[in-house]
Design a protein around this ligand. Structure first.
Ligand SMILES: CC(C)(COP(=O)(O)OP(=O)(O)OC[C@H]1O[C@@H](n2cnc3c(N)ncnc32)[C@H](O)[C@@H]1OP(=O)(O)O)[C@@H](O)C(=O)NCCC(=O)NCCS
Length: 163
């Protein structure tokens, strides 16, 4: 697992991509099934009996430190991202764009919106964890102005493998 972080003091690079008519909005529980489908398509780990169960997502959607965003084209969900914060640092998770809409600047828009949300709360550093095999995602975050930290190891403790 490699950590990326971005301190939001630099100017944002405007996207050069022409992108289709995309709108962003907060996720609701009605979006659960299409969002889960997108996560699976993007090989994002999915814990149906743990933190990703419908009941748990419903709880997370109500939590003030969770910011779930989706991207839509003609009411079809084609991208999603989860922002969370611990009061000091923002975290980006579960970023995904449907394969046929990739490389059109949609992830850039989603990340920029999450960063804007954190900035409005006075949180000026955003980080994300990327698995070592996911080279393309690392390249995406580097393009978005994130710095790679190879000197940090990720430790976790879980009650079960389901969580
Ligand atoms: C990672 C992902 C969300 C990127 O979505 P996207 O909408 O295609 O990304 P964007 O078009 O906004 O691209 C943002 C920048 O990254 C670059 N980029 C996009 N895909 C890239 C790739 N596969 N390899 C290298 N760079 C890439 C773009 O050129 C762009 O840079 P630029 O604006 O300077 O030209 C998408 O590839 C995806 O869903 N992957 C599978 C799920 C995943 O791995 N998620 C990350 C979990 S940590």
């Amino acid at each position: 697992m490699i950590t990326f972080s971005r301190t939001m003091v630099t100017h944002r690079k405007p996207t050069n991509h022409p992108h289709p008519k995309v709108s962003l909005r907060r996720m609701t529980l009605q979006d659960y099934t299409p969002v889960i489908r997108l996560w699976s398509q993007g090989n994002i780990p999915y814990r149906p009996q743990g933190r990703d169960s419908k009941k748990n997502i419903e709880k997370q959607l109500r939590q003030p430190n969770c910011f779930f965003l989706i991207a839509e084209v003609d009411h079809k969900i084609i991208g999603a991202i989860v922002g969370t914060h611990d009061g000091r640092k923002g975290w980006i998770n579960r970023q995904v764009v449907s394969p046929s809409y990739q490389k059109k600047g949609i992830a850039r828009r989603l990340v920029t919106e999450v960063e804007r949300h954190f900035t409005s709360m006075g949180i000026d550093i955003v980080a994300c964890l990327i698995e070592e095999w996911n080279i393309s995602s690392m390249q995406v975050f580097e393009q978005l102005g994130y710095t790679k930290h190879t000197d940090i190891l990720y430790f976790s403790k879980r009650k079960s493998m389901k969580v």
